[in-house]
Design a protein around this ligand. Structure first.
Ligand SMILES: NC(=O)c1ccc[n+]([C@@H]2O[C@H](COP(=O)([O-])OP(=O)(O)OC[C@H]3O[C@@H](n4cnc5c(N)ncnc54)[C@H](OP(=O)(O)O)[C@@H]3O)[C@@H](O)[C@H]2O)c1
Length: 299
């Protein structure tokens, strides 16, 4: 079987992205071969393309999540069958037409869920579950950058726990933040003063999904002493009081969120879909940093 894979032989703008087709080797033990239907694009993919993150040597491959159909299985200890519709985190990369994934990483795609939604959830779901775990039991939470993928799920998980959430977003996404269950506030000039007006009590915790100086200064000024202040942005910050948070992959955590999206308890927006052949445009748009919900490649 052949697979067409997204690669980059050098760092740079989306022009460095190429699609190459090659024959797949025999499927390794414990793996399932998946015909991909949809894959989410995460900011980390574009940040690896530019060279901001250098996780692997060149040429590099991309993508962390997928939804698709099992075409082949190499395990006699599995309940999965050829033809099953699945989603999850990839073993190596997912921006490809056919991928090999460890069977332990698979979860069943709900029948009523579209391919685009199913392929877009693994990264943000597991990241948001990690954030809630790190924050621990709190009553109030400030989210910097609530309208993107991670923010959308983080807000809804926090609201489910009864946490009072205030989230920043641009003026265009204030209603969206409100629909997710949080109190919206526009980021930018005077944020600290405006926050203190609408939320006079210091927050128990904050999570920064942006990684800029405004988020750092605002957390330091509005979170109570000894409160949790974290950042998942993976950027160098000016204060060591902001703790770096890194996603912990856990299929049970993914299933927790997938179940809630499938039955409508959580809302989830795929705001942009691109055919795999238009991947350069997709990566260009992700770099702009204003994705509402999620962007997805379809196959
Ligand atoms: N550490 C980890 O393990 C881990 C895991 C997953 C993701 N990440 C990182 O987490 C970050 C967020 O991921 P994501 O998937 O949620 O990103 P995303 O979907 O691209 O969302 C970014 C959001 O940020 C908002 N935004 C842009 N500029 C802003 C500003 N100056 N202040 C406040 N909000 C602003 C945008 O809202 P508006 O359009 O309303 O401006 C947009 O909705 C990325 O940097 C990603 O690489 C890290």
């Amino acid at each position: 079987m052949q697979s067409t894979i997204l690669i980059a032989r050098q760092y740079g703008s989306p022009d460095v992205l190429e699609l190459i087709t090659h024959d797949l080797p025999p499927l390794a033990e414990g793996m399932a071969r998946i015909k991909v239907k949809a894959t989410g694009i995460n900011p980390i993919d574009a940040r690896r393309m530019t060279g901001e993150f250098k996780h692997s040597s060149l040429p590099q491959t991309f993508g962390t999540e997928f939804a698709g159909v099992i075409a082949e299985i190499n395990s006699n200890k599995t309940l999965w069958s050829v033809g099953d519709e699945v989603l999850g985190s990839g073993t190596n990369f997912t921006h490809a037409t056919v991928i090999d994934v460890h069977i332990n990483n698979l979860i069943k795609k709900p029948e009523n869920m579209s391919w685009s939604v199913a392929g877009s959830l693994a990264g943000v779901a597991q990241t948001a579950m990690t954030i809630l775990d790190e924050i621990g039991p709190v009553q109030s939470l400030l989210v910097h950058g609530g309208s993107g993928g991670v923010g959308s799920v983080t807000i809804q998980l926090a609201k489910e726990k009864g946490i009072d959430v205030v989230a920043t977003a641009s003026v265009h996404n204030q209603d969206y933040i409100r629909e997710l269950g949080a109190t919206p506030i526009v980021y930018g000039s005077g944020l600290i003063e405006r926050l203190k007006e609408i939320h006079p009590e210091p927050f128990d915790a904050s999570i920064d999904l942006i990684g800029n100086e405004e988020a750092t200064e605002t957390s330091l000024a509005t979170v109570k002493t000894n409160g949790f202040m974290g950042s998942i942005a993976g950027k160098k910050l000016s204060s060591s009081k902001i703790q770096a948070v890194w996603v912990k992959r856990n299929p049970a955590n993914l299933k927790y969120v997938v179940d809630r999206v499938a039955d409508g308890r959580f809302s989830w927006i795929v705001s942009r879909e691109y055919p795999f052949t238009e991947v350069q445009l997709a990566y260009h748009d992700i770099l702009e940093g204003h994705t509402k919900g999620k962007s997805v490649l379809t196959y």
